[in-house]
Design a protein around this ligand. Sequence first.
Ligand SMILES: C[C@@H](N)C(=O)N[C@H](C)C(=O)O
Ligand SMILES: [Zn+2]
Length: 295
Amino acid sequence: MRSRVTGVGSGQEYNKIPRRDGAFTKEKKAITVNVKRRVAAALFAALLAFAPQRPAAAGPSLDASGFVLVGEAAPDVIQEIRYATTFNFVGCRVDGYEQPCALLTREAAAALKNVSDDLIRQGYRLKIYDAYRPQRAVDHFVRWARDAGDCSMKKWFYPALDKSQIFKKGYVSARSAHCRGSTVDVTLFEMSSGRDADMGSPFDFFDEISRFDGTPALTKRQRANRRLLRDAMTKRGFRAISGEWWHFTLKDEPYPTAAFDFPVSAESLRGRAAAGAPAEERDENMKVPEEIPEK
Ligand SMILES: C[C@@H](N)C(=O)N[C@H](C)C(=O)O
Ligand SMILES: [Zn+2]
């Protein structure tokens, strides 16, 4: 019986057929390698056409599973969540702030608890103005900034600044670190006097005097209070920015590239469905037993 050996030469496949004299006869194969390649490419293209498309680039996340309530993780921290009230630079409750509570990533809340414990030993309480901020709140700030006619809160928050400069000068960001869930706006509450420590300018006062180094107008006491707050925060893993004495971000933040958009409310921590669902569905979700955050 004649055995067949297969060979390849210049893109053409042959069957080598042994002859009686020991040599081989080449017999062209019916299908060339090039044709085979073309068929394979066509098959691959067809497979790609029917394969499920990759989802579009992900938008802000509604997954609140890595977050906790500051009120549970660090109950000594005083909460004055300004964007859930009308006393803020916008002048109304900001989109996404459904309850006056502070939410943070588990890691940031644990670090803040350490800061709070340290400060209590020194006669202070930490007061928090803002923590996790949903993307929809930032979008609200952006819409507000575009409306040059609405300056109802100028007197209190940006008396010397043209509103058009607030984003340009970096006092408010359209891609805020707050949306990543490990950033806080805080101040010190002095337990001896029962008042907020004098920082030389109020929270969200958009002016040069709110820079950490402020202006020469800052008193020694005001500088010392800013320094005390900054040292307490940085010692426990937060980093400061130069433009606002109240703003700090956890250095080892767990979601350094994310943006979240679930509402600020206790319900957001009861499951994904609750975060994005309409009110009636959320009431339904209220029946789910509350998860106790890990300490
Ligand atoms: C608006 C102010 N509280 C604040 O947080 N500013 C920074 C720059 C931000 O918007 O992220
Ligand atoms: Zn801030």
